[in-house]
Design a protein around this ligand. Structure first.
Ligand SMILES: C=C1C[C@]23C[C@@]1(O)CC[C@H]2[C@@]12CCC[C@@](C)(C(=O)O1)[C@H]2[C@@H]3C(=O)O
Ligand SMILES: O=C(O)CCC(=O)C(=O)O
Ligand SMILES: [Fe+2]
Length: 347
């Protein structure tokens, strides 16, 4: 099964309302939202230099404490990011009838989507347009995918190393193959300025189902991460040249609950348009992902049953924030690392 088959097999709710976001002068009721929780702005989410000799230890701390960090010296050339950003701006600013020609459908997940509800029960839509590209992500830039994949692999090597595991222990990490066989996709999100930003959401709170997502935000902030120790929502300030690394549910499973899969969301603002580029890094869709054997022993029994990404996407589409609980091997959801005091798990 290819990644596009897997995405297609578990579509999100596409029953959305298409509106031309460039024409929004008054927030439509279909997009009215109540923003819950206080917002804080500490500087503490780490920025890690991938060439730092201590990068692995810094990542271990960041992954256990936050499940999110930023990286610099990632080897993805600035001109590639600029090019993808430019192409994104160009595509999102096309007239609506042209964009509708590339609308995402149930048969083809690649394409434009508007306000795709993260959960079918959600009462209102996110104020955004998204362009999702499966293995055809090389349509935006011919050299882009391979450069990003090799940086993602380097990052995976460091994160696995931080868990005491090598790439050789996890065969699929290094597997070469066509883009189509990889769990790789790209999503561009375009958030328009909003006349009433306190009553709208760009992308509702969620965790990602991937191994990890690599996110680039233009110089406009909007990404917020939830910290469950009473802190609330934390705004991640864009750092020039950096990528935000968000660990997904599959990394939480691989690490047997040691690494966090942070709840995050994107808010909108009154004056500025915002574009984010998200590279989704999943495993090949048919490979079983379970807690790494090196992290399981009698004191740390496996928390989750092994599952393919394909199967997990189906569970996520149905159960959303309860998806992990449905594959939990424990009654009641417990912290895998209660004996370790620098862990800040939020489940
Ligand atoms: C491969 C996928 C992951 C995703 C669902 C999808 O089929 C395509 C879009 C992805 C996305 C992006 C926004 C947040 C999210 C939770 C969502 O609803 O759609 C993620 C999904 C995910 O990571 O589970
Ligand atoms: O646009 C953002 O900053 C968040 C995007 C995101 O979380 C996603 O695409 O999964
Ligand atoms: Fe996300």
């Amino acid at each position: 099964m290819s990644s596009s088959d897997a995405f297609r097999a578990h579509p999100l709710n596409l029953n959305h309302k298409v509106i031309d976001l460039s024409l929004v002068k008054i927030l439509p009721d279909s997009h009215a939202w109540t923003l819950e929780g206080d917002i804080f702005n500490p500087e503490s989410i780490p920025i890690i230099n991938m060439n730092d000799e201590n990068a692995m230890e810094l990542m271990r701390f960041a992954c256990k404490t936050w499940g999110v960090f930023q990286v610099v010296n990632h080897n993805v050339p600035k001109n590639l990011v600029d090019e993808v950003e430019l192409q994104g701006e160009r595509l999102f600013s096309l007239p609506m009838d042209r964009k509708l020609m590339a609308e995402r459908t149930l048969n083809d997940m690649s394409g434009m989507g508007w306000c795709v509800s993260l959960l079918s029960l959600q009462r209102a839509c996110g104020l955004r347009a998204s362009l999702f590209l499966d293995h055809r992500l090389n349509m935006l830039s011919s050299c882009g995918p391979m450069t990003t994949i090799s940086s993602a692999r380097r990052l995976m090597g460091l994160i696995l190393g931080s868990l005491g595991v090598t790439e050789d222990d996890v065969k699929w990490v290094g597997s070469e193959g066509e883009l189509e066989e990889r769990g790789a996709a790209l999503q561009l999100n375009s958030y328009p300025p909003c006349p009433d930003p306190d009553r709208a959401i760009g992308m509702a709170a969620h965790t990602d189902s991937t191994i990890l997502n690599i996110l680039h935000q233009s110089n406009t902030n909007g990404l917020q991460v939830f910290r469950g120790d009473g802190t609330g929502w934390i705004t991640l300030q864009p750092h020039p040249g950096a990528f935000v690394i968000l660990l997904g549910d599959l990394m939480h499973i691989l690490s047997n609950g040691l690494y966090l899969n942070p709840i995050h969301r994107a808010i909108v603002n009154q004056t500025r348009h915002r574009l984010s580029i998200v590279y989704l890094h999943g495993p090949p869709p048919s490979v079983k992902i379970g807690p790494l054997p090196q992290l399981v022993d009698s004191n740390h029994p496996p928390l989750y049953r092994p599952i393919t990404w394909n199967e997990y996407l189906g569970i996520k589409a149905q159960y959303f924030d309860k998806a992990l609980t449905t594959i939990s091997l424990r009654n009641g959801f417990m912290d895998a690392d209660d004996d370790d005091d620098d862990s800040g798990k939020i489940d």
